[in-house]
Write a protein that binds this ligand. Structure first.
Ligand SMILES: [Zn+2]
Ligand SMILES: [Zn+2]
Length: 343
């Protein structure tokens, strides 16, 4: 099989590898869709980030947002059969710690924890070796591209909205209209949030967000007053998907008294110049939210047919494995929708 590696310095290396065989409790997938995430760009493609072990790339096949078809089942795999269509919760935890038992393998601190595409081979390959317990079966309505989009981005956006308890009682500001911001707007709409307003420096991304119905209106970062005017007195909830310091500041200024700010975009810092007028007097809650639980991911996938929502609407370009370098160049440019590798 072929596998895509990310050596750093914005380069791609496609290597021939032996086909893996599933061991106990494992299944082998034929890759059908493997999308590129902002964190692949931020923490691996440009340069390998050091520090947080969860974000240390161990020179494995890249890609942590895989969906595929089961082509072989290892001994002791009880649930999945050849031909099943699945997506993969992208962190394999120990399965036994408090976090894993709650479905938050992302927070597993066991030395056995390994994320696909970071510490164990991931989805940018013809074949993907997975733990059976990390796989989520896709209903007929849910395409492989849908599944790949949920495996990280939509799951992350959904968790952020759940953390802020977004419902039809709320308005929503979405800061950053990349793939996770688009997901937050689309899912916020399905949960009932209205109005929804987005902010992003890229005119292409603002146009796409409005066209997809993720938000009703989108503004440039220097148009915060216009964005605020759409909300009568500020948004109930703001979700930062930009991962930028100014974006987080905008999220805090856009919420109303007793509003909630959810941070899902990674990297950089948070500056609050004057805590009393900014946070304490308006009684603002700031929530961090990292990925999601496998339970919430399964719940989200089960809601997609009911909501008539195809997450793949945010995919702007697909490439075969052989063109992975072009796919990563485009994703790094930050002006497109979601980019996917497909067979
Ligand atoms: Zn991701
Ligand atoms: Zn664990």
């Amino acid at each position: 099989m072929r596998g895509v590696f990310l050596p750093g310095n914005s380069t791609i290396d496609i290597r021939d590898l032996p086909d893996p065989e599933p061991g106990p409790g494992q299944v082998l997938l034929a890759m059908r869709a493997s999308t590129i995430c902002g964190s692949d760009i931020r923490a691996i493609y440009r340069e390998h980030l050091q520090g947080d072990p969860a974000e240390m790339y161990q020179g494995v096949v890249a890609g942590h947002e895989p969906a595929g078809e089961v082509v072989a089942v290892g001994p002791g795999a009880l649930r999945l059969r050849v031909g099943d269509r699945v997506c993969v919760y992208h962190i394999s935890g120990c399965g036994q710690c408090d976090d894993c038992v709650r479905g938050y393998q992302i927070s597993c601190s066991s030395p056995q924890r390994a994320a696909y595409g970071w510490q164990r081979d991931g989805g940018h390959a013809d074949l993907i070796l997975t733990q059976e317990r990390d796989c989520i079966v896709l209903p007929d309505f849910v395409t492989f591209l849908d599944g790949a989009c949920v495996a990280c981005g939509f799951g992350t956006a959904y968790e952020g909205l759940l953390r802020a308890q977004v419902s039809g009682r709320h308005s929503l500001a979405v800061i950053g209209l990349g793939p996770v911001g688009l997901a937050a707007g689309l899912l916020g709409g399905k949960l009932g949030a209205v109005p929804r307003v987005g902010l992003d420096p890229s005119p292409e991304r603002r146009e796409l967000a409005v066209r997809l119905g993720a938000v009703e209106a989108a503004f440039a970062p220097d148009e915060v007053d216009a964005a605020r005017a759409v909300f009568d007195g500020g948004a109930h909830v703001a979700i930062d998907c930009s991962g930028s310091e100014p974006g987080r500041g905008t999220a805090i200024t856009l919420v109303r008294s007793r509003g909630r700010v959810v941070l899902v975009g990674e990297g950089n810092g948070l500056q609050v110049p004057e805590v009393s007028p900014t946070l304490i007097h308006p009684s603002i809650t700031i929530l961090g939210s990292w990925v999601t639980s496998i339970e919430h991911m399964r719940e989200l996938i089960s809601r997609l047919p009911v909501w008539n929502l195809h997450p793949e609407v945010i995919v702007s370009d697909t490439f075969p494995i052989a063109d992975a370098a072009e796919a990563y160049r485009l994703a790094d440019a930050g002006r497109s929708g979601k980019i996917a590798l497909v067979p």
